[in-house]
Design a binder for this molecule. Sequence first.
Ligand code: PLP
Length: 339
Amino acid sequence: MLARPNTMWRWRELLPVRDELHIVTLAEGGTPMLHAPHLGRQLGLPNLYIKDEGRNPTGTFKARGIGLAVSRAVELGVRGFVIPTAGNAGGALAAYAARAGLAAHVFMPVGAPPSNQNEVKMAGAFLHLVQGLISDAGRESAAMAHASGLFDVSTLKEPYRLEGKKTMGFEIALDLGWQLPDVILYPTGGGTGLIGIWKAFDEMEQLGWIGARSARRPRMVCVQAAGCAPMVKAFQEGRDHCEFFAGAQTQAAGLRVPKPLGDRLILRTIRESNGTAVGVADEEMMAARGMIAAAEGIQACLEGAATVAALQKLLASGWVKSDERVVCLNTGTGLKDPV
Ligand SMILES: *Cc1c(COP(=O)(O)O)cnc(C)c1O
């Protein structure tokens, strides 16, 4: 497996595409796990790592989920796709649909970042701009899927994107020499990666690659924007599901999801892992973004920077200890969304 090219397809026996001939790839996955010693020194945490998902095709980890979903859709004979998106998933879908030679209809809020609107149009997909939030885009794309028979690639409405994102879990273990970290911080919109990484740990345990859960599993931290924090609210209130977060507002487009479809799975993952949920203000994300770039030369997206902002709070409260090994996921490149 490790002799294969370093992409997410090196784990293909653990992925749902049956025939390799159907794989549509731009070499997604296999991103670097960067030790962050300078930032770690500033925070008082020597064992700080940033997994830099900004190195993926289309500049974000959405390439993993969408690459897998498009490949499986090709295998199943799908004619084309619809997707509601805050931006990056639409960009990824446009790219992979182009590579597969299939049509894609991308439904984005009018306020979505210009870089995302451009990448969709450049790749020849149909861009539908929708008034409102991703939830409104979801209604319109579902209507189109219903009327046209095209495949709806909405987060967690189909099973395959999660399978692509779970490969981050395999890589985290491999990158750290099969010793799982103590804590993983994940910027949560729809929550696919959080749930997917947790699933990867279960699968690795079943394969005997890592010890039983009673041994050590990372505590999973769900990081959200304070201006759109349905999961943080539900976690703090001890609920098993979330309410629609009214008046959702944040610059971090990937976190602007007022009611994730996978709310129950997200909450279950946080609790099973003894994790927690943290909200951070946009200003804290911006400050963290500057810190990461100045200390380590890594251009993080706002969502990725949110994990470092949350980490600062968790260190201050003592929830994370200074001798723990911590992985922050930088889910996309900051170059796509300049400040
Ligand atoms: C989509 C996205 C997220 C959130 O991912 P989910 O799996 O939907 O929770 C975080 N960061 C970036 C850059 C994104 O594009």
